[in-house]
Design a protein around this ligand. Structure first.
Ligand SMILES: O=C(O)CCC(=O)C(=O)O
Length: 225
């Protein structure tokens, strides 16, 4: 396969799976999360304060993939860690990361990465995506009908053709770098171990088209807004 054909298929799919760390390194960082954040489900903006997140979000292979898409002048717009505890209800509905009621990112100047710190197979609440869905642009979304108690109120895309979705089981140290318009979500963790992921939104200059969080604090809980 030529480089060109790889790029064409990534452009069509809207995502690419990469390796950002060896599994032991990723699991060490996961342990730091568990040591530092007892029973939390969501850790807001850890790239600002947490060594594990600074290290992961700035991993060379992640930032190289980001720069390839949006150029060299890149900053982190936001991040959050998600711990899915085994047996705890925590389903993330279908959504697009580049838009919600307070945020619009320019898809040409922003990109997301979801980094697996632990293994993230399907049964542990691994990520699902709808390949090619980014080509539909931003679609209407609405507050979730049945908010998940662990996460609070999220926006969700109501009518997703799930027959077109694929699971992206990842091992610790892998990541998916994806278009901010890509439909994605994840089920609860029915495995026996905590699943830990870090979502990071990267932007180039001008990449934030709108951000009007009431407190100017994008780390607030959706349920608090
Ligand atoms: O961690 C998850 O299961 C879902 C994360 C997610 O939806 C996101 O990265 O936007």
């Amino acid at each position: 396969m030529t480089n060109e054909s790889v790029q064409v298929s990534e452009a069509a799919a809207g995502y690419r799976v990469i390796t950002w760390a060896d599994p032991e390194t990723a699991r060490d960082l996961a342990q730091q999360v568990l040591d530092g954040h007892g029973g939390l489900d969501i850790i807001r903006a850890p790239h600002l304060t947490e060594r594990w997140a600074v290290r992961a979000a700035n991993a060379d292979r992640v930032t190289a993939a980001v720069r390839e898409r949006i150029g060299d002048r890149v900053t982190i717009e936001h991040s959050f860690g998600m711990v899915k505890w085994p047996g705890r209800l925590f389903r993330v509905p279908w959504h697009q990361d580049g838009i919600d009621e307070h945020l619009v990112l320019d898809p040409a100047r922003s990109v997301c990465a979801w980094l697996a710190l632990t293994d993230a197979p399907v049964e542990a609440g691994g990520l699902h995506v709808v390949p090619g869905s980014h080509l539909r642009g931003y679609v209407p979304h609405a507050p979730e009908v049945e908010p998940d108690p662990a996460r609070g109120h999220a926006v969700a895309i109501p009518d997703v053709d799930e027959s077109r979705a694929v699971a992206l089981p990842l091992t610790a140290g892998q990541a998916v770098v994806f278009d901010v318009r890509l439909f994605h979500g994840s089920p609860s963790n029915t495995a026996t171990f905590p699943r830990i992921g870090l979502n990071v939104r990267y932007v180039a200059p001008g990449g934030i088209l709108r951000r009007d969080y009431p407190s100017s604090d994008p780390t607030r809980r959706r349920s608090d807004r």
